[in-house]
Design a binder for this molecule. Structure first.
Ligand code: FMN
Length: 416
């Protein structure tokens, strides 16, 4: 039987284009979304879904509606055997420690398997904050929906004691896999994210004591395959901003990069329409000195300077790994030789000095680097940001200084 789309008169709130589900007030504060019955038949076989599943990190702007959210929630935690209340994913001892939270433009919602409904826990769009807690990873930053798998280990420990945590993590894996495969069947792309600041996510989602974020899934329509309702692929909107169409690579240390020098610089470049890529000496999660994380998309030894209009070295203590790195020094030399915008902040200008591209150039850096720059023939000014033709340097050390540095790069890329 089709579950009814319930509309309770009081407090009813129609949500934009989501014509399939309505939010109703259960109490005076908490709103419920009654989801439509999940579909049990689809046009994609399991084998096709498995073979097509790929981590997708670039999303378009098309929103994901409550119908799709309902289907994804069901795939993760829906009740598939109503007599005993058994769910779509296996659970050690039927303890079901995982709750699913959905971050959407309309707010944050928790899935209630028993009623196949969502309960709104926050009216605020927290996707931006979640992206930040995940180190501004590309996937989480632009996702139509972020799903947080939050676990209550005590639900398992009553039965399984020392194995409880292990079982809870295993269950999160099962649920995430179901959701990713269901996403494929809905033509959605997704990426599972383990690299986030758990304490921050717990705070953002206002999770109760004993409930901890374990895993995140960012999803949406893939940027390169947005379809309109009638199945056509719309023209990809051109990026806007004075430096639209330009490309910059931000090179960070694999460990101990300075967080705001990456995020604030990137923020300024994104705002100017610059397409940014993060690179590091190794792939895998890179950690910032303040505890944030970033996922480099390119490893340094695969980086081709020709692919970019600007090469930017981010600072932080870890950037010293590039002071004597032949690969990094070659990248700096290659970029300078090709008159690309070449930028470095805080201690990273030393990389440019060691690459011998600062001779006779007005440059700045964190004070500790002054002598090294001068020895390399640079004219050290100590100004917060210095631009000499195509070379931009910054002192860094604060979010403000990083923003100014990013702005100078964006200006140079837009021909100012
Ligand atoms: C436990 C776990 C944590 C992961 N964390 C992240 C992450 O923080 N950021 C990210 O971009 N991808 C993350 N991934 C996705 C992997 O990078 C991805 O699965 C891998 O590159 C293989 O690509 P595929 O999923 O397309 O097969 C994670 C995957 C797993 C299983």
């Amino acid at each position: 039987m089709k579950r009814l789309i319930i509309t309770l008169a009081a407090g009813l709130l129609l949500v934009g284009a989501h014509a399939y589900a309505r939010i109703r007030t259960r109490s005076s504060t908490r709103k419920m979304v009654q989801l439509t019955e999940p579909k049990l038949k689809g046009s994609v076989t399991l084998e096709e879904a498995i073979s097509r599943r790929r981590s997708v990190r670039q999303f378009g702007t098309r929103p994901v509606g409550f119908t799709q959210v309902g289907q994804l929630a069901w795939a993760g935690q829906g009740i598939t055997e109503p007599v005993r209340g058994l769910r779509a994913a296996p659970s050690a001892g039927e303890t079901y420690p995982i709750a699913l939270y959905f971050a959407l433009p309309e707010g944050l919602f928790v899935y209630k398997p028993a009623g196949h409904s969502l309960e709104q826990v926050l009216a605020q769009d927290v996707r931006g904050m979640l992206a930040s807690a995940a180190g501004m990873q590309e996937g989480a930053a632009r996702a139509a929906c972020d799903i947080i798998l939050a676990g209550a280990v005590r639900k398992v420990s009553a039965k399984f004691r020392s194995d409880a945590r292990k079982y809870m993590y295993m269950e999160a894996g099962h649920i995430a896999q179901n959701i990713q495969l269901q996403a494929v069947c809905l033509n959605l792309g997704s990426v599972t994210i383990g690299g986030f600041d758990s304490r921050e996510v717990k705070k953002i989602c206002k999770l109760a004591q004993g409930l901890d974020p374990i895993y995140m899934i960012s999803l949406g329509y893939p940027a390169d395959q947005q379809k309109t309702e009638d199945g056509r692929t719309p023209a990809v909107p051109a990026p806007i901003g004075p430096a639209a169409g330009k490309k910059a690579v931000l090179i960070i240390a694999s460990d101990n990069f300075r967080d705001d020098e990456l995020y604030e610089t990137k923020r300024m470049l994104d705002a100017a329409g610059v397409q940014t890529t993060i690179a590091a000496s190794r792939q895998g999660i890179a950690r910032g000195m303040l505890g944030n994380m970033a996922q480099p998309e390119v490893s340094l030894n695969r980086l081709r300077v020709d692919d970019y209009d600007a090469v930017v070295f981010v600072g932080g203590p870890g950037a010293a790994e590039y002071f004597d790195s032949p690969v990094a020094l070659n990248i700096a030399r290659d970029a300078a030789g090709k008159r690309k915008i070449l930028a470095a902040i805080s201690i990273a200008p030393t990389i440019l000095a060691n690459a011998n591209v600062l001779t006779g150039i007005r440059a700045t850096a964190f004070l500790s680097e002054r002598e090294r720059l001068q020895q390399a023939g640079a004219i050290y000014t100590g100004n917060p940001v210095e631009r000499d033709r195509f070379i931009i340097t910054g002192t860094g050390g604060s979010p403000r200084a990083s923003l100014d540095f990013g702005r100078a790069i964006a200006d140079a890329l837009s021909g100012k």
